[in-house]
Ligand binder design. Structure first.
Ligand SMILES: [Zn+2]
Ligand SMILES: [Zn+2]
Length: 344
């Protein structure tokens, strides 16, 4: 192990106060492994923690999308020193009601690395051995940093269950929208229609398998009705997290259809056509985080080439540039998708 027991980390000392610092190496708890982080992804949750919208205890090392190499600790099921792994950052307790009935993502005692405990924007990160998953050689380090995001999409689709020949509309084609398009296609859905205000993102979605795309704005609901026998789509996947997007979703979904509310809506109020929810007998599905099972499946889907993560990376920057990277999330840029931090 490192002799001085110090490591470099990006430390958040208060809202907006983020800087590179030397801090103590994580101390390993029972059953934990130490991972030397090589790459991590930045996401909207980091932005909300950074600017204080999500309250945390300071100082905090953010980051919940990290991959690296196990340098200490080993598990019974064969995780060894030297293994390349992705970390499942939601450390559930394993013994509560929800964990015992298999709803591990809802564990009330669970902690999210990078929010409730120190996370991955550092040289090293500690994680339970049960929460690291070995990576195959076919997935390079940068690409692997997107696996955690993919698990949240996979978890959501396991709940929404897009089926063979079902029409699916994906509203918003950021990183998660592009993943939802690919997963819906993999499930056999048809047509899968992507909607974005960015022609760059629309084009990418078509390359990744969308049957068609529409520019967000007027007429989208009408066009969806036209292409779905006048009925509306079987499943709408909302990824923008904006309440304003829901009335459209309710309009373009068929009677008896489903709306997957994937985008996290933090607003506490908003207008919805509630009567339509009743009249169309709609099912609203919410999904939170992911489960352990989603990690191995995501790794396998990428390994087999069913889902492509690499085209979703538009920026790779050194860890020291984290503040700039988070700042980029705050601006609406049409051709920005995932920003990956390089720790090496
Ligand atoms: Zn994230
Ligand atoms: Zn639990």
């Amino acid at each position: 192990m490192k002799e001085n027991h110090l490591m470099k980390a990006m430390v958040l000392r208060g809202p907006g106060e983020l800087a590179l610092d030397d801090v103590a190496l994580p101390r390993l708890g029972a059953g934990q492994v130490l991972v030397r982080v090589t790459h991590s992804g930045v996401c909207g949750t980091d932005l909300k923690i950074f600017n204080g919208q999500i309250p945390v205890r300071y100082p905090l090392i953010m980051g919940h999308e990290m991959i690296g190499v196990v340098v200490e600790g080993a598990s019974n099921d064969g995780i060894r020193t030297g293994d390349r792994v992705v970390i499942d950052p939601f450390f559930n307790c394993g013994i509560c009601f929800h964990c015992r009935v298999g709803q591990t993502s809802l564990c009330p005692n669970g902690v999210l690395a990078g929010r409730d405990v120190n996370g991955g924007f550092a040289e090293y990160c500690a994680a339970p051995a049960s929460h690291v998953f070995r990576l195959p050689d076919s997935i390079d380090n940068r690409t692997a940093a997107l696996l955690q995001v993919m698990t949240t999409c996979l978890h959501a689709q396991r709940l929404a269950k897009p089926a063979l020949d079902e029409s699916v509309v994906v509203l918003g084609l950021g990183v998660t929208g592009q993943l939802h398009v690919q997963l819906a296609k993999a499930a056999g859905a048809h047509p899968v229609i992507g909607v974005s205000r960015s022609s760059f993102k629309n084009e990418l979605a078509r390359k990744l398998g969308a049957d068609s795309t529409l520019l967000a704005g007027q007429d989208v609901a009408d066009k969806i009705l036209e292409t779905t026998h006048g009925r509306g789509a079987d499943l709408i996947i909302e990824t923008t997290g904006m309440i304003a997007s829901l009335p459209d979703a309710i309009r373009m979904v068929r009677a008896g259809g489903r709306i997957l509310m994937f985008g996290i809506i933090t607003a506490k109020q908003g207008a919805l056509p509630f009567y339509q929810l009743y009249f169309k007998e709609l099912v609203l599905i919410n999904a939170r985080a992911a489960k352990g099972e989603d990690f191995q499946s995501s790794i396998d889907l990428v390994d087999r080439g069913t889902v492509h993560l690499k085209p979703l990376i538009t920026h790779v920057t050194p860890l020291e540039e984290l503040k700039t990277a988070i700042g980029m999330l705050d601006s609406n840029v049409d051709d920005r998708l995932k920003i990956v931090m390089d720790h090496t």
